[in-house]
Design a protein around this ligand. Sequence first.
Ligand code: NAD
Ligand code: DAU
Length: 351
Amino acid sequence: MAATRTILITGGAGFIGSHLVRLFVHKYPHYHIVNLDALTYAGNLANLQDIEQAPNYTFVKGDIRDQEYMQVLFNRYGFDGVIHLAAESHVDRSITNPLAFVETNVLGTVNLLNVARQTWKDDFSGKRFYHVSTDEVYGSLGEEGLFTEETPYDPRSPYSASKASSDHFVRAWYHTYGLPVVLSNCSNNYGPYQFPEKLIPLMINNIRENKPLPVYGDGKYTRDWLWVKDHAGAIDQVFHKGKDGETYNIGGNNEWKNIDLVQKLCDILDELLGHAAGTSRQLITFVKDRPGHDRRYAIDASKIRRELGWEPSIKFEEGFRQTAQWYLDNPGWLQQVISGDYQDYYKQQYD
Ligand code: NAD
Ligand code: DAU
């Protein structure tokens, strides 16, 4: 069957990207999905093993910063749409190596915008450039309030500054050149295939290994957690039904203080591992805080709910349990990603 649309997904071998690629490959058999990923430490083709033979799926190894190569790909495949997730995504790494974040998140995004515009040659009918961004661009909340689409940008880490900058460039291409763009800004995701540098998989892995659970500062920093498959579902809605030039906030309406979340995780894992109640909580260790640590994020997702009919599908307790169980059921995946470079990263970050 000839594909009715050819979609480029960047960063599809990463955490969220792999869930999105899988969703699109299954849900839209008449689309051709091309997954472009540089396979950095965070990209992993094992995340997509189950669909690698699908007839409507192609993986291409490449770097969004490489203008010539991106142009070759656009010419070869004739993309109708781009869903752009490729990024450096970890705040702690942005503190030790900010330049990598500028290069990929800012320059890489501008490169893609340029290539899309040059290829589509100002005939934008049926085209769409979707930029996937983060709630961190809005800065840090106090005890009260939620981020809306109108909240002024106030990024405070090199990561969020680079994402904020890329968002501005995407909007500039809309206003200046008429490129049909759409954006979304999402809260913290959790679920299978997340690299164990991020809070939840790092804690699960350390509980498995009976290692200290490093909680930054006073542990009262708050995040709004969303099941990754719900984020993929929201991206699907925004890509197909969102309006050009618009931004949609996506969140789980599910705020947790880090310390409460880590304790909850300890209790669930004690149960799943058959440990006595309270065993894993003894591993909790308060450590030096993250510099410039944002106190609280929380999303007002009423726009996407009202306009596109999207809502999170599962409750945190259930998503959390499924996530913990997935990591326990997939020790081979974990072992692969924590070998080699991860050990050096862990030492540098936590020792
Ligand atoms: P991730 O780090 O798991 O994956 C990023 C992917 O991008 C990896 O596969 C990596 O190989 C690839 N990549 C990195 N640099 C590249 C380059 N120069 N060229 C091509 N590919 C490159 O990230 P994630 O958590 O899946 O996040 C995906 C996107 O969603 C990012 O843009 C991030 O800012 C955004 N986001 C993430 C969250 C979250 O909670 N994880 C929340 C909101 C928004
Ligand atoms: O809000 C969306 C963002 O969520 C995404 O844009 C980012 O890509 C993603 O990494 C995530 O950023 P955070 O910095 O919120 O996620 P992280 O998992 O690194 O940390 C979550 C919270 O847990 C944060 O308050 C820091 C804290 N933390 C984290 C680690 C890794 C700890 O206390 N100890 C740790 O070891």
